[in-house]
Design a protein around this ligand. Structure first.
Ligand code: ADP
Length: 253
């Protein structure tokens, strides 16, 4: 079981454009973390770098799992070490039922009772959905719930959720919060990108990103309240090339 992920002085660029500037974060086992920031601040880039998605230049720093450097490992290698991503949408598999998808075609052994608990958490009736085909007849909201159910069944040590608001609108906030709490109760960690205050309030710890830099960190409620008071109304364009309005020490706690 992974105890800690450390991001040390990570600077990242894509297509020659600097996106993240020397960010450092720590993620302990069994906690809920949120990453806040306005559009364009670098959150998705961070989530993709955590997952090992290609297309970024790591200019400096690295990511460490219990001291093991994983900065250059790909998605599959990281998955083996216990890091997974909430992909938002399960793929369409012809002829595969929801239950077959969730149990990796029977390779994951799960009792009917435990499967029912997972369906309950994501707000779906097991008897209605387990034998449904995983195809385009499922709505966007149903597909997101199924993907969340899959995260609960996989129950990896670390799950990264890059959650555009549209994704959450299709599921109730309660569903997402209950899933986060379930993972936490099993000692698992979620790193969640969200703008939703209700979810941010649940975080044990939160990081606020602006212009690819961390400008605030602290408890979930403290950082979301700072975000609401300062970022919602901020006219700063939040592009990596824009003038740095946050001089050293300007709110980094
Ligand atoms: P957020 O998720 O906070 O909206 P992103 O990480 O998507 O932010 O993007 C941060 C900045 O980096 C934006 O200005 C975006 O245009 C730029 N960017 C993201 N990905 C790439 C890429 N592959 N190539 C060039 N610029 C990128």
């Amino acid at each position: 079981m992974v105890e800690i992920i450390e991001v040390r002085n990570l600077s990242v660029a894509a297509e020659g454009k600097k996106i993240l500037s020397s960010i450092s974060m720590e993620f302990d086992a069994g906690k809920i973390y949120t990453i806040l920031g306005k559009n364009g601040s670098g959150k998705t880039t961070f989530a993709n770098c955590m997952m090992g998605i290609q297309g970024y230049e790591i200019e400096n720093g690295g990511i460490y799992l219990d001291g093991l450097e994983i900065t250059n490992m790909d998605v599959h290698e990281r998955a083996k070490l216990g890091i997974t991503k909430f992909w938002q949408d399960p793929p369409n598999y012809r002829g595969i039922t929801v239950k077959e998808y969730l149990t990796l075609d029977g390779r994951i052994k799960i009792t009917g009772e435990d499967l029912k608990e997972v369906f309950d958490i994501v707000g779906m009736e097991k008897t209605v959905y387990e034998n449904r085909l995983l195809d385009s007849n499922l709505s966007g909201g149903e597909r997101k719930r199924i993907e969340l159910a899959s995260i609960l069944i996989l129950s990896r040590d670390y799950t990264v959720m890059d959650e555009p608001d549209s994704g959450i609108d299709l599921m109730s906030l309660e569903v997402v919060i209950n899933a986060l709490k379930k993972l936490k109760s099993r000692g698992k960690t979620t790193i969640l990108i969200t703008h939703r205050e209700e979810i941010a309030m649940e975080a044990d710890f939160s990081y606020l990103v602006c212009d690819g830099k961390i400008i605030r960190k602290g408890s979930g409620d403290e950082v979301i309240s700072y975000y609401k008071n300062n970022c919602d109304t901020c006219k700063h364009p939040n592009t990596p090339d824009s003038e740095d309005v946050f001089s050293a020490g300007s709110g980094v706690s």
